[in-house]
Design a protein around this ligand. Structure first.
Ligand code: ZN
Length: 340
């Protein structure tokens, strides 16, 4: 779902300086005090870095996991109506199915020694997961708009990330509800010429924070997509798609058991490696090409400063910094999604 970006302003402290009428003595006093303050700040910064290093050591023993959860890749989901929160009768059942898989992932991670889990609800309006059905210590990020959307809440304190209920990119056959961020307006998304799934886009965002993605669940093509750029990933197929709207699915119970076991293996594997798995990133400069479903959408999206329009329905944006590319991608989605 297209979402707007938010910009944060940094708070700056006001500076105070000596007045024009200060004497030599007062200037010396001011200079001496400035030296004292600077020395104290340097010591405080050294102490702070030591504390941070200490905290990271503790985190390696008590691991912190980030989970981004979508709905189209959950066992039993095969139709758009199931995933639509706007009054569709099957939607509440889909929330239970999605929640069951996320809860199973949390249970598997805790069993492997993870101590802290943050779950980001990443589907549609991002208010799908039933928090009371997750293990009570799990923190849930819910609702939108979120500046980093499906990646909200990621930071360098996490040792790993996992994707639950994910799906294949737009344009892939035999993939349940294949799309990339928008099912309506997006025809194709490429970065550096490669077709991009949400998993690839989000893994690169996790990579910006130095966080590797170690697990994914979804249909066979969601898993194949993830393995194509994350060769070491633990991937659990919960259904075999035989078209966009049909699949042979595991039962919810079997899917949950497979996810629980799979994420437990992934976390134990990460621990036994003795080092972090490699975070994913794109080679720079990073060139995004977003092809819309209509020229009207591209007309509006082309208003984004810094973008180009190499083809009638395609808008491109290039930058060295991936976070900037990601925000441009989301801005293009909002602009292109504002018209049909
Ligand atoms: Zn999705």
């Amino acid at each position: 779902m297209p979402l707007k970006c938010r910009a944060f302003n940094c708070a700056k402290s006001n500076c105070r300086s000596a007045g024009d009428g200060s004497t030599d003595a007062s200037r010396r006093w001011t200079s001496m005090m400035a030296t004292v303050v600077l020395t104290l700040r340097v010591r405080a910064a050294r102490t702070s870095r030591t504390e941070v290093r200490g905290a990271l050591r503790v985190n390696r023993l008590s691991m912190k996991l980030y989970i981004s959860a979508d709905m189209e890749g959950v066992a039993g989901i095969t139709a758009s109506e199931q995933t639509d929160p706007n009054g569709q009768p099957e939607y509440p059942q889909s929330c239970k199915l999605m929640t069951g898989e996320v809860a199973a992932a949390c249970q598997g991670a805790f069993a492997a020694g993870v101590s802290d889990i943050v779950v980001n609800d990443s589907h549609w309006n991002m208010r799908n997961i039933i928090h009371e059905e997750l293990p009570p210590q799990v923190r849930l990020i819910r609702g939108s708009l979120k500046p980093l959307s499906m990646n909200q809440g990621l930071d360098p304190s996490f040792q790993a990330a996992a994707f639950i209920g994910y799906h294949a990119p737009v344009g892939v056959a035999d993939a349940i509800l294949d799309h990339t961020y928008s099912g309506e307006s997006v025809y194709d998304v490429r970065i550096n010429g490669e077709l991009c799934s949400e998993a690839r886009i989000n893994a690169a965002m996790a990579g910006e924070f130095g966080v590797p993605v170690i697990f994914i669940s979804g249909d066979q093509n969601a898993c194949a997509d993830a393995k194509s750029f994350l060769p070491g990933i633990e991937a659990v197929e919960v259904k075999q798609a035989m078209g966009r709207y049909s699949a042979a699915s595991l039962s919810p119970q079997e899917a949950r058991a497979a996810i629980k076991n799979g994420i437990e293996r992934a976390v134990r594997g990460l621990q036994s490696e003795g080092a972090r798995a490699r975070p994913f990133s794109f080679k720079t400069p990073i060139r995004l090409e977003l092809t819309f479903s209509s020229t009207a959408r591209a007309d509006v999206a082309s208003l984004l400063p810094g973008s180009e329009r190499p083809q009638a329905r395609t808008i491109s944006f290039a930058h060295e910094d991936y976070t900037t590319v990601f925000k441009a991608f989301r801005a293009l989605l909002v602009l292109g999604g504002s018209i049909s």
